[in-house]
Design a protein around this ligand. Structure first.
Ligand code: DSN
Length: 430
């Protein structure tokens, strides 16, 4: 299968072409359950792989430091206008190369070095840029963290949800200048309103990192933090289904400081080719069919969650409201680590990532959890029936992990399933 709309132009580099072909084959013959991935449209890929990659455009539309920006100014304005309209925001910055850059820019815009920030613990679902000791963020600013409530045995109130009492207490005790909501491994809706109330009670700013639910918010199935938080950051390539990159939304009041923090504060020339891909994706996300897609992503995650739970795997927080399913493998097999599970599932054609679970006794490199996501396979047209089947195959693979014939049997079944859901049927016909 061709790997991109432009395959025919790179035949003079057979090594790269072969690798792109191999990756296209991998994506088409295995299931993609990494919660931070998706399949973009070919229109997004075409914009990303276009002549716009040639243009240097330091600055912002109408205020560039190089000549020849008449066209890319329009590209970037189009992306900003579409993004503002999609989320009802006053200001948009579409230049962040990634979600981490977007977060760093907000900290730079709103904080002085050494200021205190309250954010979610990495091992309870937060992101590296929310103050992990391994991240530059914790070296420049003083992060304190909140987590989730303890797990319970009550199916109606399973726990492992954001502990707002703790958020409020930490805010009172540490008086952070900024409170951060958002996560990378949390399967429940994050309501921005309680965070806003707590931030207001101590006069703090509030940033919502919507990297994971951005597409669910755009699709109307999760509450929007736009207009509630002072700043909203996100990546464009997860549930939002755009090219790899980041974006920031904020009020008009913060526009100048956010823009200056991205350029010249943190980045040089923007990737106008990627910004064009973002513009395409923002228009796609504004269509009515994207609302249907977002609702199906959640329905599929619920079906996948029920299917893995039926295999005896405990779900962190008891289920899901979004595109993620966070599995606690300790309940399934005390010996099975997240690392081993990820590796055997990879061999079976089920691509996912190991993940820490709240208070994980194992290291972040080994872990006791697995994170699954439904966004990519929903894009290719899979529904609840396929999720149920995949959940069963996850159980079969993990139980039979010592027997390569079991793994090979699942691999064959996954290959056959994927054949009915090609991610790029247009390219296959090209
Ligand atoms: N955003 C992370 C993820 O959720 O996979 C990676 O930084």
């Amino acid at each position: 299968m061709p790997a991109s709309p432009f395959d025919r132009w790179i035949t003079e580099d057979p090594e790269v072409l072969a690798l792109m072909g191999a990756e296209a084959e991998r994506q088409a013959t295995t299931v993609q359950l990494i919660a931070s991935e998706n399949f973009t449209s070919t229109a997004v890929m075409a914009a990303t792989g276009s002549v716009l990659t040639n243009k240097y455009a330091e600055g912002y539309p109408g205020r560039r430091y190089y000549g020849g920006n008449q066209v890319v100014d329009q590209v970037e304005d189009l992306a900003r206008d579409r993004l503002k309209a999609l989320f009802g925001a006053e200001h948009a910055n579409v230049q962040p190369h990634a979600g981490s850059n977007a977060n760093l820019a907000v900290y730079q815009a709103l904080l002085d070095p050494g200021d205190t920030v309250l954010a979610m613990r990495l091992d309870h679902g937060g992101h590296l840029t929310h103050g992990s000791p391994a991240s530059i963020t914790s070296k420049v600013w003083n992060f304190v963290s909140y987590g989730v409530t303890p797990a319970t045995d009550d199916p109606d109130n399973p726990g492992e949800v954001i502990d707002f009492d703790q958020v409020a207490e930490m805010a009172r005790t540490h008086r952070p200048k900024l409170i951060v909501a958002g996560s990378t491994a949390y399967a429940r809706i994050i309501d921005p309103l309680p965070f806003r109330e707590i931030a207001d009670s101590i006069g703090a700013r509030f940033m919502f990192d919507a990297a994971h639910p951005a597409g669910l918010i755009a699709g109307g199935v999760h509450p929007s933090p736009v207009g509630v938080a002072d700043v909203v950051t996100f990546t464009t390539h997860k549930t939002l289904r755009g090219p790899r990159g980041g974006a920031i939304l904020c009020s008009a009041e913060l526009a100048k400081s956010i823009d200056s923090a991205i350029f010249p504060g943190l980045q040089g020339g923007p990737l106008e080719n990627v910004i064009a891909g973002k513009a395409v994706a923002f228009a796609e996300a504004a269509r009515p069919e994207f609302r249907t897609y977002a609702a199906q992503v959640v329905a599929n995650a619920k079906a996948l969650a029920a299917a893995v739970a039926a295999q005896g795997i405990r779900l962190v927080s008891g289920g899901t409201d979004n595109h993620q399913v966070l599995c606690d493998l300790q309940s399934f097999d005390a010996e099975l680590t997240g690392k081993e599970a990820q590796e055997v599932l990879d061999r079976a054609g089920i691509t996912c990532n190991r993940n820490t679970i709240p208070d994980d006794p194992r290291s972040p490199f080994i872990t006791s959890g697995l994170r699954l996501g439904s966004a990519a396979q929903t894009t290719v047209g899979m529904g609840e029936a396929e999720m149920e089947r995949i959940g069963g195959l996850i159980g079969t693979t993990l139980r039979g992990r010592a027997d390569e014939s079991v793994v090979a049997g699942v691999r064959a079944e996954i290959r056959e399933l994927c054949a009915s859901f090609p991610p790029y049927p247009d390219l296959a016909d090209a």
